[in-house]
Design a protein around this ligand. Structure first.
Ligand SMILES: *[C@@H]1O[C@H](CO)[C@@H](O)[C@H](O)[C@H]1NC(C)=O
Ligand SMILES: *[C@@H]1O[C@H](CO)[C@@H](O)[C@H](O)[C@H]1NC(C)=O
Ligand SMILES: *[C@@H]1O[C@H](CO)[C@@H](O)[C@H](O)[C@H]1NC(C)=O
Ligand SMILES: *[C@@H]1O[C@H](CO)[C@@H](O)[C@H](O)[C@H]1NC(C)=O
Ligand SMILES: *[C@@H]1O[C@H](CO)[C@@H](O)[C@H](O)[C@H]1NC(C)=O
Length: 413
């Protein structure tokens, strides 16, 4: 078969990528990292394409696998995790540009768009509460590709409106979970991830009130979710009438006083992202504080447990999703360190190396060729006895971590 022009261009670009990020060329004064070969394995596009080809009607979305054969379990669109599979398809579209030829000739963008469609009706009616931020992710990705897509603009604006409607000025936060007692105003650390949609909509509409809501929520979270050592509570209960905190506790962690690793990881990402969106130094400080705690508490074997304080006996399950969310969060944090004047190369280098180490340890533990997910050893919810599974967002942040490192010129495909 004759070589097509696009294949030729892809080959040339592929070589260029290899040369420009060769492991001897420091970028921003940071030494490149070496990722395990699984990071760019052909199994990644193969598995994801196989899943993408099973779009059901009415649509359902993969969230986690069973623990025995690694088979995806399917959920209705109105579930907090449904944005992650379409966002994964956008990540493979990104990879097709970063690493030409590495993800086959599938039209990932077309698949991503098709898989986003069933989420559109959720803009006006959803049961996910604050998690509209997660649902907005594929639409924000679409706007990076096509800033004029009216459907995606509408989706981002409507999801932001839904989150802003959950803001209580007395408390200073958006409500995460609804409780039977409406004065019990519950905020979870995960909510930091949902603030992103407020910034994207503020950019589209010029509505600064959305930005102010995000800033207020993040400030309150710094004060009430963080402990002095930089660890975090999962849930804070505020009284919506008085605005006062009446409980700091856990839901998915081991104990009220423990640190649930996925929550800590959402916090690193969420505060680094607040700094990215506002440039306010206080958020950089909080992200650093949460990152230090996370990195200081990874056990010697490098495996992130589901909760840093979970007992060792019986052996505690890992959470590879926490590990990969933290890795992506650390890379965002490194990017913010590099925006400091002068560039904080020392800080950035530490976070990049830590992200690469997490990636390697997670691959060694959990890369699982025979499962439908890329990774095993995720913990969805240990108190609900849901552990040792593949998880859609663990797989997404695995791909994203490698993409970000390539995009920064710090890893080669
Ligand atoms: C616009 O975005 C929506 C939602 O992401 C997608 O379903 C649709 O295919 C896109 N339209 C075009 C013309 O690309
Ligand atoms: C919140 O405060 C009000 C007024 O003090 C009180 O009536 C209500 O019971 C409180 N709610 C909770 C959940 O503690
Ligand atoms: C990882 O998963 C395998 C297979 O489910 C299991 O046997 C092993 O104990 C898990 N390890 C950790 C640290 O969770
Ligand atoms: C650079 O980053 C590290 C890690 O976040 C931090 O401890 C250090 O204070 C930063 N240095 C400067 C000059 O900001
Ligand atoms: C993991 O989940 C299983 C049930 O699926 C449960 O029996 C077990 O207690 C959990 N493991 C730990 C260490 O909590």
């Amino acid at each position: 078969m004759p070589l097509s022009l696009s294949t030729l261009i892809a080959c040339v670009l592929g070589v260029a990528t290899l040369v420009s990020s060769s492991p001897t060329t420091p970028v921003h004064g940071i030494a490149p990292v070496s990722l395990p070969q699984e990071a760019f394995s052909p199994l990644i596009p193969q598995k994801i394409l196989a899943t993408a080809n099973t779009l059901r009607s009415p649509a359902q979305y993969p969230q986690f696998t069973d623990r025995v054969s690694g088979t995806w379990q399917w959920f209705s669109p109105d579930t907090w995790t449904t944005g992650f599979f379409p966002t994964t398809l956008y990540a493979l579209h990104t990879r097709s540009q970063l690493c030409p030829g590495s993800v086959g000739d599938t039209d990932w963008l077309a698949l991503a768009r098709r898989w986003s469609a069933a989420e559109i009706p959720l803009e006006t009616k959803t049961g996910v509460g604050h998690d509209v931020g997660f649902l907005s992710f594929p639409f924000s990705e679409e706007l990076l590709v096509n800033p004029n897509n009216a459907t995606a603009i509408m989706a981002v604006n409507n999801f932001a409106k839904a989150l802003a409607a959950r803001f209580n000025p007395t408390v200073g936060c958006t409500r995460s979970w609804d409780a039977s007692d409406p004065t019990d105003f519950q905020v979870i650390i995960d909510n930091m991830m949902n603030l992103e949609v407020l910034f994207r909509s503020a950019d589209l509409t010029g509505n600064d009130a959305l930005r102010q809501i995000a800033i207020s929520h993040a400030r309150k979270t710094t004060v009430n979710h963080l402990r002095p050592d930089g660890s975090s509570f999962h849930v804070v209960d505020y009284n919506s009438t008085t605005g006062k905190v009446f409980r700091q506790r856990t839901s998915q962690g081991f104990a009220d006083s423990s640190t649930w690793t996925r929550g800590q990881a959402w916090g690193i990402y969420g505060f680094a992202n607040m700094h990215r969106n506002t440039g306010m130094p206080e958020f950089l400080q909080t992200a650093r504080h949460m990152a230090s705690f996370f990195l200081d508490h990874i056990p010697a074997n490098g495996i992130v447990p589901w909760d840093f304080n979970a007992p060792l006996n019986p052996p505690r399950p890992a959470d590879t999703s926490a590990s990969m969310i933290a890795a992506t969060g650390l890379i965002l944090l490194a990017q913010e360190e590099l925006k400091q004047k002068p560039e904080n190369t020392t800080g950035a280098a530490v976070y990049i190396q830590a992200a690469a180490d997490l990636f390697k340890k997670t691959t060694d533990l959990a890369w699982n060729p025979s499962w439908q997910s890329l990774l095993s050893n995720g913990t969805v919810n240990n108190p609900a006895q849901n552990n040792l599974t593949g998880i859609v967002y663990g797989d997404y942040y695995y791909i994203r971590t490698a993409n970000e490192l390539v995009a920064m010129g710090l890893a080669s495909c």
